[in-house]
Design a protein around this ligand. Structure first.
Ligand SMILES: [Zn+2]
Length: 249
């Protein structure tokens, strides 16, 4: 059974039919989704959802658009308090497109460093956003003790990913790989034993105009198999093994 290692299942676009989305995921062999939280309120909502439905593996995080250091400190406290229930820290990261101001980037770096450090201390996996800042995000992460690191939907070149591979990091691949030359080139070069699957639902689906959902993990797996000239079974087997290594599930 597969795990969607990065998704936003509590997004309001799923409010009307979330149970059907989960049923389709299960029918497609997706046993769980690691559901990301982007702020303090979402940390609480994701944890509450996980208590109701075993499909949800809860994460707690802080999205890089939010430059609130005090909220990040409260999220750190939340992670410590609920460590036993959490599956990951995320979504965290840096984003050089949301803001181009170096002062803002410094705040993003400080928050990422702080939450990466707590993930390392508590031995939790970390799901990292790094839009237009892949190389930089890896540099910041390598200044911390974080070891179970997943670069989500990495948008850089292979050359920017190498330092992350050296540090033992993983890369989660979304279904949008079928329409992204950048992701196809990157995944061709990344070793199969460092790849994970994610949906990033509701975005990053195979069709940019349609809502994405965790059942589409299969689309990403098939694309990886084609690019790496391996059988689908071989790719799925490797990904299940990789997921177990990072998420202990
Ligand atoms: Zn995300």
């Amino acid at each position: 059974m597969l795990i969607d290692t990065h998704c936003h299942l509590l997004d309001p676009v799923f409010d009307a039919d979330r149970a059907a989305v989960v049923a389709r995921a299960r029918a497609a062999g997706v046993a769980h989704a690691v559901v990301m939280a982007e702020n303090e309120a979402e940390n609480h909502r994701v944890l509450a959802a996980a208590r109701l439905d075993g499909f949800v593996l809860p994460a707690a995080g802080h999205y890089p658009a939010c430059l609130d250091l005090e909220m990040a400190a409260r999220t750190e406290a939340f992670i410590r308090e609920h460590r036993a229930e959490l599956a990951a820290v995320g979504e965290v990261g840096v984003d050089h497109r949301i803001t181009e101001d170096p002062a803002d980037h410094a705040v993003q770096d400080a928050i990422l460093r702080r939450l990466a450090a707590v993930a390392a201390e508590l031995d939790l996996p970390l799901s990292v956003h790094s839009r237009a800042a892949g190389r930089h995000a890896i540099e910041v992460l390598r200044s911390t003790a974080a070891a179970r690191v997943v670069m989500h939907a990495f948008d850089g070149r292979y050359g920017a990913a190498v330092s992350g591979l050296d540090a033992g990091y993983y890369f989660s691949v979304p279904p949008s790989i079928v329409r992204s030359r950048q992701k196809q080139k990157l995944v061709k070069q990344l070793p199969l034993d460092r790849l994970l699957l994610e949906s990033d639902a509701p975005v990053l689906g195979p069709d940019p105009a349609a809502r994405n959902e965790p059942a589409n993990l299969r689309v990403a797996a098939e694309a990886i198999a084609g690019l790496k000239r391996r059988s689908l079974d071989e790719v799925l087997g490797a990904i299940v093994e990789n997921t177990r290594r990072v998420f202990s599930r």
